[in-house]
Design a protein around this ligand. Structure first.
Ligand code: CUK
Ligand code: CUA
Length: 662
């Protein structure tokens, strides 16, 4: 037995190495790296045998191990769910590269702990004066050019407080948060149009628009959803709220959207799951929400023409609500901006195929995915063939726009694509990934190919560039919730489990399990590493990373100072290995202090951190960066401030005293 196993191991390992290192790839293995002629070293066999590894395990290990100093092939941007952040992960190693602070304060990056720049970004997301310092990130979206990731920006939404953030991938930092002026919360975001002209943000739970109150008995009259098109200015790297607009939609609980591309460029699609207009209230004898929203056999796929909508807004036909331009439902209908199509029972997720010709809606409560065809939709619209819903919106005939349905299994949620004409759909209830064939215009050609079990409760999936016009295939990450039985116990709150799948061959194989010990990742996007070109250091010393321009508060060596004007104290400090200048900052209780620090280093590994205990100040000052914090000296005392990054052998000496005189 043992002998057969070992022989099998050798065969598998040799085959794997040959596949990993040969395979026609441009990389030519060095002879010493791959010397398979005489088989693998006996020590490798011993390790495999001692650890009880199966041939599949060995395959998986060989496919995912990235030796020290070697780089990963892809970067995965995972939403951090209710941790309110984004996590950058290398693929195939699944090593965490960075936790990017977005909606929640993060002390290492000095985000939301005193730095004026980050506090201003976070404060832009406040709601009517209430400071919002939590978040629930769901769908990251990389900026695109021609429907392909371009590696410049990353967008991410916050479900709970309806915000969208812009992350600049030159430094992997959040630059902007915009708050939706119409909704308190939302879900269907972020999705970019093929050239990142707009970032789509659809609502979810219907509410009165403009953060207003209305009794729930007036749900049908006063509650609404929206599809907001945030205008993005690539040059400025900012969303421009004044040039953004929204399309009013019925309170059908819009769920997820996708932008059309190529054949469907100019269009957008959102699924929904409460065409019942259920309003809950089980305590008053009404059906509970989960039953109320699931009564009808169909809900509505929202089909909207955002290019036409932008023209409607430009023609002055929008109304302004709480500062946002809104195309009301009657205008949207009259102008041919908004259409509906029936979709089976409370679906989840709509995903446009790489060629832009088809839209895949996953059934959730229905075991099928339903595929709609853009040219059928266009024909039905041109023919004016529709009925209307209660809000007067055209409802296209299901049979006129549907191309095919494929039965995949229980709980289909989200779909991605590969480079071989296949689609992949997560099956939440089956805890599996289904691979199926796209059939183009031949309904009979759509078919389920195979399924692979994952552990467990899969939500989204993310294939390599799997939602672009040119997916890569190769890898797919299953974003599983609640890692039951997968890892040593860390108490009752379970980590998530991100599983890496090799989808290049037959069958698909799970090749890595990665516990994620922060909030539940929802969606992720995976980009080829060579598309990312982040800076090593800021372009010049005295850089303002929010403006991405030289800072007016830059301080050069020798120009450090403390300036007093009445109760106002302004500190101009520099940081360089291994001192902070000045080393004494003498102030008085009651002063208002504005304190600038410039890291005057240009070396790539010379970040200095700064913490001022007792005043809740934590900063990270990357090489070249200038940052500012402000506080009221409410307490007297003697405070040591110091550098928090172990920057040199004299790092512990990189400190100073703030002396607050009573
Ligand atoms: S949702 Cu979480 S699994 Cu917000 Cu995209 Cu489907
Ligand atoms: Cu700078 Cu430690």
């Amino acid at each position: 037995m043992r002998r057969i196993f070992v022989v099998l191991l050798v065969v598998v390992m040799v085959a794997s190495i040959a596949a990993a290192c040969g395979g026609g790839d441009k990389e030519t293995p060095t002879p010493e790296a791959v010397n398979v002629e005489g088989g693998l070293p006996a020590s490798a066999m011993e390790i495999a045998s001692a650890r009880g590894l199966t041939p599949d395990d060995i395959n998986a290990a060989l496919k995912t191990f990235v030796p020290s100093g070697k780089m990963d092939e892809y970067m995965l941007f995972l939403s951090g769910g209710h941790s309110g952040n984004v996590i950058a992960v290398g693929v195939p190693s699944m090593r965490i590269m960075k936790n990017i602070a977005v909606f929640t304060p993060e002390s290492w990056q000095g985000y939301g702990y005193g730095s004026k720049e980050s506090e201003e970004i976070l404060d832009a997301g406040n709601v009517n004066g209430v400071k919002i310092r939590m978040g629930d990130t769901h769908h990251p979206a990389l900026s695109e050019t021609g429907g392909d990731y371009d590696g410049q920006y990353l967008f991410i939404n916050d479900k709970s407080s309806a915000r969208v953030a812009v992350i600049d991938l030159r430094d992997f930092e959040t630059k902007q948060i915009v708050k939706d002026p119409l909704l308190i919360s939302q879900h269907g975001s972020t999705f970019v149009t093929p050239n990142t002209d707009y970032v789509i943000q659809a609502s979810q739970y219907g509410t009165p628009l403009g953060w207003d109150y209305a009794p729930i008995s007036e749900y049908k009259e006063k509650y609404r959803g929206t599809i907001t098109m945030w205008k993005f200015d690539r040059e400025k790297g900012r969303i421009i709220p004044e040039e953004s607009f929204a399309i009013e939609v019925p309170p059908y609980w819009q769920d997820l959207c996708d932008a059309g591309k190529l054949a469907s460029d100019g269009w957008g699609f959102c699924n929904s799951f409460n065409s019942e207009l259920a309003t809950g209230g089980v305590e008053e004898g009404n059906p509970p929400f989960e039953a109320g929203v699931s009564q009808r056999d169909t809900d509505y796929l929202h089909i909207f023409n955002w290019k036409k909508a932008a023209e409607v807004v430009a023609a002055g036909k929008a109304e302004t609500i709480n500062g946002m331009q809104v195309i009301r439902i009657p205008t949207a209908v009259e102008e041919g901006v908004l259409f509906l199509a029936p979709e089976p029972k409370s679906p989840h997720g709509v995903d446009v195929t790489p060629d832009g010709k088809y839209m895949v809606v996953a059934g959730k409560l229905d075991p099928h995915v339903t595929i709609y065809a853009m040219d059928k939709i266009q024909k039905a619209i041109d023919a004016g063939k529709w009925t209307t819903d209660d809000f007067g919106i055209p409802v296209l005939n299901f049979d006129d726009v549907m191309m095919a349905q494929v039965e995949l299994g229980l709980g289909p949620l989200h779909t991605q694509f590969d480079d071989k004409g296949n689609a992949y759909t997560s099956l939440f209830l089956d805890s599996a990934v289904a691979r199926w064939k796209l059939g183009g215009d031949d309904p009979a050609a759509y078919q389920l190919l195979d399924k692979l079990s994952v552990q467990y409760n899969i939500g989204h999936i993310s294939a390599a560039e799997g939602d672009t016009v040119s997916p890569d295939g190769k890898y797919l990450v299953a974003l599983n919730k609640w890692a039951v039985d997968r890892f040593p116990s860390v108490g009752p709150l379970l980590p998530q489990n991100e599983q890496l799948l090799d989808i290049s061959g037959n069958p698909m194989q799970v090749i890595y399990d990665m516990p994620m010990g922060v909030g539940e990742p929802h969606y992720a996007q995976m980009i080829k590493m060579d598309k990312l070109h982040p800076w090593d250091v800021y372009p010049q010393v005295g850089w303002d990373p929010v403006a991405q321009a030289p800072s007016e508060f830059a301080t050069a060596a020798g120009e450090e100072k403390v300036v007093r004007d009445g109760n106002e104290v302004e500190v101009w400090m520099t940081a360089v290995r291994s001192h902070l200048t000045p080393e004494h900052v003498q102030i008085k209780k009651g002063d208002h202090v504005t304190w600038h620090i410039t890291n005057i280093e240009t070396a790539k590994d010379a970040t200095h951190g700064f913490q001022l205990g007792g005043y809740n100040i934590s900063l990270s000052i990357e090489p070249g960066e200038t940052t500012t914090f402000e506080f009221d000296a409410v307490n007297d005392g003697t405070y040591a401030y110091y550098c928090t990054e172990f920057c040199s052998a004299l790092h512990l000496e990189m400190m100073g005293y703030m002396l607050v005189e009573p």
